[in-house]
Design a protein. Structure first.
Length: 265
């Protein structure tokens, strides 16, 4: 799984039957480190159970050994009864950390893409794309974590908006920590130009949020019937970001598809 390339991890079969709106969430778990400075995977697990999403887009999952202890993807899967698709952004002798899509549904294909290409990028940044078929509707979910530096973030947003698209007769969801603090310009303008205006509630810092770093974009826009920040007392302590939850309704017209050509990581 860690060395998968374009289309390498796939499960082809019949469509998933849900017969209700899809629950999707995005959450930067800050390497399991909470606002009290403690690394506590169990606390993050409790927040994930509170969210109870069908598809979770997670950033900053840390499988590295810290002070002799580690929390693996297998631990996460067994605790939550879900499947994790991993995209490491940093690896070393102690393990790796990166992003993942955690789901109770079957992904028909999972791709991993490098969106931080070039010597001018300070950090390696990636995007995962998972394709599902739910109640007969193709759904593409992309999970990303953009750069801290504005110029690099804008380049990454340009790559995403020019190449990422909905599947034919289906729905596209882009979720993640976009790290965008500028109210206008930079990546916001690019995403709005591609997929229209979307709610942007504040999620950071979790104890008193004032900036909406964590976003969910949906095409077609009318598929997004509800979006809210998960603000339980535990969520305010477990990470420096708050999770964002979306409810997606399939009973709408599909987006018009284009043909993407992303370069796998």
């Amino acid at each position: 799984m860690l060395n998968s390339r374009r289309g390498a991890s796939a499960a082809r079969g019949e469509t998933e039957v849900l017969k209700r709106p899809l629950r999707l969430a995005t959450y930067n778990i800050h390497k399991f480190v909470g606002n009290d400075g403690r690394r506590d995977p169990g606390r993050i697990l409790s927040v994930l159970r509170e969210i109870d999403a069908d598809v979770l887009c997670i950033q900053e999952f840390d499988a590295r050994k810290v002070e002799g202890c580690s929390f693996s993807v297998s631990d996460l899967e067994s605790e939550l009864g879900a499947t994790a698709h991993i995209h490491p952004t940093r690896s070393g002798r102690r393990g790796y950390h990166g992003n993942l899509i955690l789901t109770k549904l079957t992904a028909k294909a999972v791709e991993r893409h490098d969106i931080g290409r070039g010597a001018d990028e300070f950090e390696k940044r990636g995007m995962m794309v998972a394709d599902f078929e739910i109640d007969g509707l193709p759904i593409r979910v992309a999970n990303t974590h953009l750069a801290l530096w504005p110029a690099a973030r804008k380049r990454q947003a340009e790559r995403l908006t020019s190449q990422l698209c909905a599947p034919k007769d289906g729905m596209l969801v882009l979720a993640g920590d976009l790290n965008e603090w500028l109210p206008v310009g930079c990546s916001h303008s690019l995403f709005m130009g591609a997929w229209g205006a979307h709610p942007n509630p504040p999620t950071f810092p979790a104890t008193r949020p004032v900036i909406g770093f964590d976003r969910i974009w949906v095409a077609p826009r009318k598929c997004l019937t509800r979006l809210e920040v998960h603000q339980s007392p535990l969520a305010r302590m477990a990470s420096d970001h708050l999770p964002v939850k979306a409810t997606l309704d399939f009973a709408v017209a599909p987006a018009k598809a284009r043909s993407p050509e992303l370069v796998p990581a």
